[in-house]
Ligand binder design. Structure first.
Ligand code: FAD
Length: 647
């Protein structure tokens, strides 16, 4: 984190100065403006990530409306995949999250106790595995209440230069795209608690309003799929038990009473139980509502037999049906119209995909939807990209949602399956060992690392993958340890990338002396700093800092003590801000003292070097040889345009 570029200020540097017109007096402003650039409907995980991202751009007028009277306080999702922790790091929130959360390091599996002579005699531990395989991420899989996750991001919004806070008690009841709507073509009808209605006009609207999305319905978009009619109870409780794995994630397949998933919660005492309540009669629409809290506890007690469970206090409980459904479209543009008009209304999160909670993906994938869309809206609204960039949201995220639906169907079916009974093979079921194997195999997916964007406008082909094999094109940029040259600080290379909408260009040096003007690094720096074709020169607005749009970082092969900062190209020490200060944080070397050489760990071609281009949402967009200047320029020219000068 860098600060004081504009001058020293006492106090918490994370509480950044408000942009002009966005100071404390605008905080919590009750009146919504008549016209906004972006209106976000809903403050669930999708809405708050999107809002936190847009709050970084105070020149963009963003507003958030939420039907509830205030922030969520309890319940709903709690599983935070490693990938989400990585994203939180970009928002400067990972340390907090990791400190507060329960770490899911191992999982145990329980099945029928065959030694007890009889299929109803109880359960025994059948296996124990590491939850997240080594080498997937530097962050753990954690459990933190969805309400807390949202609160972190709401705080980020509140302390951002935009000082953005949601308008609570305001429900969006209708959204319409007007043909003759001018610059603000989307008309949103809002209803305040108490009955007043209001109309706001927006350039773009994003429906982050959950599974029953009013925005989706206004667009006539259907959620298609299967309700499956299988009920699960969920309860967050403080309980006394003699079940030995109560502080480990445990998958219990009981012969006596269905399936249980036990998720220990943050704080050391709280535990979540997902309890299989069985199939529901599709004709009986009220079946789910008849389950009581006591019936969920009784089902959990039965499944845990012979272990005991005594619930002492209940934080939250709910019953829901498992189903996998996906929206036909993720924006207001029909397939036949694609390319002929700009998408104006988007849906994200549960509004466009719903699935079971067992794989812990609801909150995580919804947040990634918001992260994917946020920087694109900012780029278009700031004039750095044409509106066609916005088509890539639906194009990219619908594929990811379909993969999630397919995965979840397999995963939740496996989790709900009863154990096999050797005496009755005709009854089917899943053997506990098989369940454990499938769970382990799914680990990469559940940790959030299965997303791989395919070649397209924002993702180049993998033709040059060989120069950086450890940064697969289309996948998230996997950080590795480095030493910052100027101050010898060890850190993760990926951790310097903040959620600020900037593109990252990581230049990995090839063989030779990087201080020589003939070196690949110096040649690239000269191209980026001086050539008319340079994307940095073409697409950084006049008057903005040199790294305002592209954050170029160099990683050299030498030990950090062998190099002098001032001997490197000046482009790697950009002069910034009102005082013309040099930014010394652009150059890194391997962490040789720590024994981890990023060139080895990420398969960088030591002879040729490599360029790794990373999107603002942390996905690898391109891998190129260090001298592929023209290809680098062409990549950005396809979706960027010169923005207006800053005044
Ligand atoms: P939501 O989190 O649903 O947020 C939508 C927000 O929009 C809400 O704050 C809502 O009040 C607001 N809103 C809705 N309509 C309007 C409107 N018209 N105008 C203004 N605001 C509106 N996942 C798990 O992994 N484990 C669980 O145990 C689990 N339990 C759940 C229990 C419940 C009762 C629910 C609803 C969901 C549960 N989920 C669970 C799913 C998980 O919470 C979601 O996948 C995730 O929250 C989706 O995020 P989202 O931002 O898309 O939508």
């Amino acid at each position: 984190m860098q600060f004081y570029l504009d001058g020293y200020r006492p106090g918490d540097p994370e509480y950044r100065p408000a942009a002009p017109g966005r100071d404390e007096s605008s905080k919590g402003a009750a009146a919504l403006p008549d016209e906004v650039d972006v209106l976000i409907v809903g403050t669930g995980p999708a809405g708050v990530v999107l809002a936190a991202q847009l709050a970084e751009f105070p020149g963009i007028t963003t507003r958030v409306v939420e039907r509830r009277g205030g922030p969520l306080e309890i319940g709903q999702a709690d599983g935070v995949a490693c990938r989400t922790v990585e994203m939180f790091n970009a928002f400067g929130l990972a340390e907090k999250l990791v400190r507060e959360g329960y770490w899911v390091n191992e999982a145990t599996f329980w099945g029928p106790d065959g030694t007890r002579n009889g299929s109803t005699a109880g359960i025994t531990r059948t296996g124990r595995v590491q939850d997240v395989a080594d080498g997937l991420s530097e962050y753990p899989h954690v459990i933190v209440n969805q309400a807390r996750m949202q609160e972190y991001l709401l705080e980020k919004m509140r302390t951002s230069p935009s000082r953005l806070v949601p308008e609570y008690g305001v429900e969006a009841t209708g959204v319409e795209v007007l043909d003759d709507g001018g610059d603000y073509p989307v008309k949103v009808t809002l209803q305040r608690e108490g009955g007043d209605t209001a109309v706001v006009r927006a350039k773009y609207v994003v429906g982050c309003d959950g599974a029953r999305s009013a925005v989706r319905k206004s667009l006539g978009i259907e959620l298609r799929g299967d309700a499956r009619n299988h009920a699960w109870g969920v309860m967050d409780v403080l309980a006394v038990t003699d079940f030995p794995d109560i502080r480990l994630k445990s998958v219990v397949q009981s012969p006596a009473g269905g399936n249980l998933l036990i998720i220990p919660r943050e704080g050391g005492y709280l535990v979540r139980f997902y309890v299989d309540l069985g199939d529901l009669d599709p004709a009986d629409r009220d079946a789910r509502k008849r389950f009581t809290f006591d019936s969920i506890v009784a089902a959990a007690q039965k499944a845990l037999h012979p272990y005991t469970l005594e619930v002492k206090s209940t934080a939250w409980w709910s019953v829901y049906e498992v189903g996998q459904r996906i929206a036909d479209r993720f924006d207001d543009v029909l397939d036949a119209e694609r390319g002929t008009r700009t998408p104006r209304v988007f849906i994200a999160g549960d509004a466009c995909h719903t699935h079971s909670a067992k794989a812990g993906q609801g909150m995580n994938v919804s947040m990634q939807d918001g992260f994917n869309l946020g920087w694109k809206l900012a780029a278009v609204l700031e004039g750095r990209s044409p509106e066609s960039l916005l088509d890539t949201y639906a194009e990219e995220r619908r594929v990811i949602a379909q993969e999630l639906i397919d995965f979840d169907l397999r995963f939740s079916t496996m989790m709900a399956a009863h154990p096999t009974d050797p005496a009755h093979p005709e009854l089917g079921g899943v053997d506990p060992a098989e369940k454990q194997r499938m769970f382990t195999e799914a680990g990469r997916y559940t940790a959030g690392f299965a997303t791989e964007y395919t070649p397209g406008l924002l993702t180049r082909s993998a033709e040059h993958q060989a120069v950086a094999t450890g940064f697969p094109v289309g996948q998230r940029f996997y950080s590795a340890p480095v030493i910052r040259l100027a101050d010898a600080k060890p850190l993760g290379l990926g951790h310097v990338a903040q959620a600020d909408g900037r593109w990252r260009i990581y230049a990995f040096a090839g063989a030779g002396d990087p201080t020589s003007p003939d070196s690949g690094i110096a040649q690239l720096a000269a191209f980026l700093g001086e050539s008319e074709d340079s994307p940095v020169r073409r697409f950084t607005p006049d008057g903005a800092d040199l790294d305002a749009v592209f954050d170029v970082r160099a990683v050299l092969q030498q030990d950090h003590r062998e190099l002098e900062v001032e001997a490197l190209p000046a482009f790697l020490r950009p002069v910034k801000g009102p005082f013309g200060l040099k930014d010394y944080e652009k150059v890194f070397t391997p962490d040789l003292k720590g024994g981890r050489d990023i060139f080895d760990e990420r398969g960088i071609d030591r002879e040729r070097g490599a360029i790794v281009v990373v999107r603002p949402d942390q996905y690898v967009a391109a891998v190129l040889p260090l001298d592929a200047h023209a290809e680098l320029a062409d990549f950005f020219a396809a979706f960027m345009q010169p923005a207006a000068a800053l005044v």
